[in-house]
Design a protein around this ligand. Structure first.
Ligand SMILES: [Zn+2]
Length: 123
């Protein structure tokens, strides 16, 4: 990894990024995304702590989230999109070709059957 500003590889990794609450309590700075932002109550927020990498030459600071958080979130969003429009999911054609009767499914059944199949397919 190199500094995005000056290109130096003289970096300090995995620095804790501290955030302070109203009572001056210490916590980690986090990123958060609501999976269901339209909901009144259960917006299903998912969050993770950030770590920072600082360049020892120019002081530029770069934030990182754990790669597993990024891949999980990407998968959650793909599955959510599949719930709205399953035909656009990258695995939809695999789902169809696994059982020829699936192309005769009613539109209302597609989302739930495809969702259940995706869930099993992951294991
Ligand atoms: Zn730099």
């Amino acid at each position: 990894m190199k500094c995005t500003q000056c290109g130096s590889d003289n970096l300090l990794n995995d620095l804790r990024v501290v955030d302070r609450g109203e009572d001056n309590s210490k916590g980690d700075l986090q990123i958060e995304m609501e999976l269901n932002p339209q909901a009144m109550l259960f917006t299903k927020p998912v969050s993770t702590s950030l770590t920072a990498t600082m360049c020892c030459l120019c002081g530029n600071v770069m934030f990182s989230a754990p790669p597993s958080f990024a891949t999980n979130l990407k998968e959650i969003l793909a599955n959510k999109e599949a719930g709205k429009n399953p035909t656009k999911h990258p695995l939809y054609q695999t789902f169809l070709s696994a059982d020829s009767s699936r192309k005769y499914l009613e539109p209302n059944d597609i989302a739930s059957k495809f969702g259940a199949w995706l869930h099993k397919h992951k294991k």
